[in-house]
Design a protein around this ligand. Sequence first.
Ligand SMILES: C[S@@+](CC[C@H](N)C(=O)[O-])C[C@H]1O[C@@H](n2cnc3c(N)ncnc32)[C@H](O)[C@@H]1O
Length: 281
Amino acid sequence: MSTASPSPAYVHGYSPDESRRLGAQADTLAALLHSGTAYPPGSRVLEAGCGVGAQTVHLARSSPGARLVSVDVSAASLDRARAHVAAQVPDARVEWHRADLHALPFPDATFDHVFVCFVLEHLPDPEGALTALRRVLRPGGTLTVIEGDHGSAFFHPDSRHARVAIDAQVRLQAAAGGDALIGRRLQPLLSAAGYGDVVVRPRTVYADRTRPALAEGFTRDTFVAMIEAVRDDALAAGLVTSADWERGIADLRRTAGPDGTFHYAFFKATATRPVSAGAVP
Ligand SMILES: C[S@@+](CC[C@H](N)C(=O)[O-])C[C@H]1O[C@@H](n2cnc3c(N)ncnc32)[C@H](O)[C@@H]1O
């Protein structure tokens, strides 16, 4: 285990509300995001940035025989992840490590597969992080990355105030060194980090009154909740007035209501560590 410590700049924070939001997000989107991801029995799989285990339960269910190693920089999140997975998938065999994914305590080529979800968007050097992950992946092994892109959010009724609120979150994340628009960059990032066979596919969420589970689980409990959570920081940074913020959030909530619609695209990339590649820099 490393002596890694959580980044104080992590824009979403580590509150119980954020844990609930990550759970709602993972459970609502499990079919959309995890379809096509199943690892063979006995394969060694690294989940980098596992958080509170919201995706770990789906990895464990989809790949029951895989040897899962889940890593996060936050000790508190790892404690929650351990309890969450034990409760949800009692048979799951997961090894937990507190570590920084830039300096993992594993020898080169330890893993057959690496899975990273909603982590690169928070890192100041995502290409460097991908390069570091390539070191622990065996030649020919696969990397799967899932990220969002807030520029893909559009909705009805449209609202300037709602767009200002979303933009405040994007700016705060950028100020913390991250990129909430990273989905569109995955292909060039993976190529620059030395991966081959890079394939990126958008996975679209569209919610309206005919899909109430998505309107509630994604639009309201995942996306709007994420924007609402940065209220104090957005006001403190002077990105928006209090009145405009409240109007923006009310307008966003309306997109999850009976007359609302909401669109968002996640980007899911797969790539391999080339067999003939030289040493990782
Ligand atoms: C938005 S959460 C996503 C968690 C999980 N993958 C999911 O989808 O629910 C991002 C996680 O990345 C972790 N993280 C951020 N920087 C990291 C680093 N350098 N090394 C390991 N984990 C990191 C954070 O502690 C946090 O738990």
